[in-house]
Write a protein that binds this ligand. Sequence first.
Ligand SMILES: Nc1ncnc2c1ncn2[C@@H]1O[C@H](COP(=O)(O)OP(=O)(O)OP(=O)(O)O)[C@@H](O)[C@H]1O
Ligand SMILES: Nc1ccn([C@H]2C[C@H](O)[C@@H](COP(=O)(O)O)O2)c(=O)n1
Length: 686
Amino acid sequence: MFTTEFLDLPHLARAGGSVQLPGSKSISNRVLLLAALSAGTTTIHDLLDSDDTRVMLDALHALGCTVTPRQVTPGQPVQITGIDGALPNNARAQLFLGNAGTAMRPLTAALAILGGSFEMTGVPRMYERPIGDLVDALRQLGCQIDYLRDEGFPPLRIGQPDFRQLGSTGAAPIQVRGDVSSQFLTSLLMALPLLASTSPQAIAIDVVGELISKPYIHITLELLARFGIRVENHGWQRFVIPAGSRYQSPGSIHVEADASSASYFIALGAIAASAEGQNGIKIEGVGLDSIQGDIRFVEAARAMGAEITGGPNWLHVARGRWPLRAIDLDCNHIPDAAMTLAAMALYADGTTTLRNIASWRVKETDRIAAMAAEARKLGALVEEGAGFIRITPPAAPEDWRAASIHTYDDHRIAMCFSLAAFNPAGLPVRIQDPKCVAKTFPDYFEALFALVQPGAPAPVICIDGPTASGKGTVATLVAQRLGFALLDSGALYRIAGLAASRAGIALQADQADRIAALIATLHIVFAPDQRVLLNGEDISLAIRTEEAGMNASRVSAFPAVRQALLQWQRDFRRLPGLVADGRDMGTVIFPDAPLKVFLSASAECRAQRRFKQLIDKGLSANMHDLLADLQARDARDTQRSASPLQPAEDALHWDNNAERTVEQAVQQVLSWWQQRQPFAAEESAV
Ligand SMILES: Nc1ncnc2c1ncn2[C@@H]1O[C@H](COP(=O)(O)OP(=O)(O)OP(=O)(O)O)[C@@H](O)[C@H]1O
Ligand SMILES: Nc1ccn([C@H]2C[C@H](O)[C@@H](COP(=O)(O)O)O2)c(=O)n1
């Protein structure tokens, strides 16, 4: 996951390949709660690992359910042993539910019926998301719920219910509004079987007002059936839970991939020309037979021109009509995925109107306002109303603008606007706070980058300079701040020197071809945790000694060795970008890099830094020897005939002398990078 302040997406041109989607958030959190309320142990496969499922898992653990393992690990099922419909007497807990509506609402209903002493809290945005209609419905039954701040909104305190008023004849149908959020009805449907299990009468729920988002209720009913609860659906207006209903674990259950998440890749297939040798995008984990309502996004995407085929657990999408066809659509049936249509509208041949989307205003953010504001930044004409949005794309490529997209802590805004990187103007797009995708799809950008091809080679920032000038330190931090990959090219020469020495090859010119041949056989891994593995062995420390540095300098003078490492280095270039440090990054390896920096500092200053660095690592060092070695290395690196150390003609110089801190150097490089970006300065301060 990208945890940077922002993520710059270069202009994207093509896409192709296949993507395995994460589990559905809606199904994951429903399954977790149903498993927790059931008798027996449920093994859950393909559970989504996200912010919202994490808060649900934490809450279930706090309520006394056995959760194994406590965290979701890809490919490993989670087992939940349920409470069999009852909590211990005087159960109490404080539950932090983040911004997860799929946890706050159903848990509130279930705990209000189970009874105990609970505080339901979350992030500030959660306290702006209404829950009053659900609380009103629960109070009709005798549940004890108090608002801790504003009437109608979390946080809440839940106490012991008093169901005496229900009597032996059961209650009148419970009334719940259906026109604000379908999560209220879902919550009641999942909680009321707890009451029905001991009730002599069936329990009925009447929906007041038009029921929005019926597809989500469909998911709820399907999953309830898997857990032994068969709810009667009377025309989506009355739902009846039979007396004696009892939750029973199905033993094992698979979570479908998220159909809403599929919408971004369906849109990608519809927007992007196919990558060479590829035919569109294959989406795995969800198919045309999905129980999720958002699968009907397929129909809307087809109406806009996408060519989509599919089977039981897969979809295939290719660009069909181009430009896309503008549509006018009632989106009540696909409230979440409809946001992706707004992104597709940027590539349509006219004005697209999305109607019946008032629920967008009470989601993670006011999504109508947010989509309108950000689409306008790109140059689109946008009109918005209480329950609609109307988008006209920029008239011509030159009307597009490079935008820094504010994401409002809303995963869907971030994912939708990533698609703007396919704009016909060749502009990059900046996504602020990219980690907001963690809510449903933590690795969304990684999945996107695996499928797309940029319009031009991915950007590279080259940082060259002599030994101990600070290149590696500065390059590492710049790469971290931008979410870019890192190439420590010196490490490759160090590995070559180490491998040759270990193989008993003399590090001299007449052995260069043997060393080059050896390099071709090496299996080198730069692990995400900074370890360097050579043929499976951790050589991170072995390549950092002064001797290894000197050996690297020796082998690096041989043209055959440099040639053997050339493509290896260029293969590091990838989306969203690369920071490369070394001696010839700007001159030889990436001569087209948009930013080249050359660091320098006096030999004495560098020797001091290296001395401190070695002492800090617990290694012995001698200033006099260090300075002599460093000067010898400088001489060899600058005087060799093959790619000698020298600044590229277009490099920017930074005197990284003893008065300058690491952070100053990092800020300078970031500021030079920022100056090369087309985003308006006030929108995107680094
Ligand atoms: N202003 C500065 N910029 C960068 N590094 C600094 C600075 N001041 C002190 N240092 C320290 O200097 C030491 C040497 O830096 P670093 O290892 O990044 O150099 P290098 O140029 O990559 O060396 P080599 O080419 O030998 O790998 C580090 O311990 C780093 O923390
Ligand atoms: N692009 C590069 C990187 C490194 N070298 C050589 C010269 C250095 O003395 C040696 C070790 O590099 P370091 O890890 O200290 O950056 O490798 C080179 O020739 N070209």
